[in-house]
Design a binder for this molecule. Structure first.
Ligand code: MN
Length: 157
């Protein structure tokens, strides 16, 4: 598949996987809503995905993902979460972070993703909120460093 088509397929798998894990099933109309496309477009993609062996359409059970389809969906979901968390740590609003995560999740170099993951882990596993993160928030709001070295030195005099 060409790059744009692969990205599109990943978006569908991600949404279908999310709907199935939350509700137990995925309907064409809901997929269309989530991806902001028309139902016939979804039907077309469903056909392609099942031809590629990523999805099975069963008459009464609706769609299920094949093992490979689920593997891809989970990988996309993990990338999405990492990127969204990273952006939220930087102070991006949740809604925007989610939107941008969906744009970025297909196309980052593995090293960038790996560093995002480490960074998110690093912050989340900090015993207390890391102080430097507060400094960063302060800097974003005021454009100033909270604690200048020069102030610190003069207070020692
Ligand atoms: Mn996404």
């Amino acid at each position: 598949m060409e790059k744009a088509a692969t990205e599109r397929a990943e978006d569908y798998l991600e949404v279908i996987y999310d709907l199935i894990s939350k509700k137990g099933y995925a309907r064409i109309v809901e997929i269309a809503e989530r991806l902001n496309v028309r139902p016939p477009t979804v039907t077309e993609m469903i056909k392609k995905l099942s031809e590629k062996g990523l999805l099975v359409h069963e008459k009464y059970r609706g769609f299920t993902l094949t093992e490979e389809g689920e593997r891809i969906a989970k990988a996309v979901q993990r990338r999405h979460e990492t990127i969204a968390n990273f952006l939220m740590i930087l102070g991006v609003d949740k809604e925007i972070a989610e939107q941008d995560a969906c744009k970025m999740e297909h196309d980052l170099h593995p090293m960038t993703l790996e560093r995002f993951t480490k960074f998110v882990e690093f912050v989340q596993n900090a015993p207390q909120d890391p102080e430097w993160l507060e400094h960063f928030e302060h800097y974003v709001k005021t454009g100033e460093h909270k604690c200048k070295v020069s102030d610190l030195l003069s207070s020692l005099k």
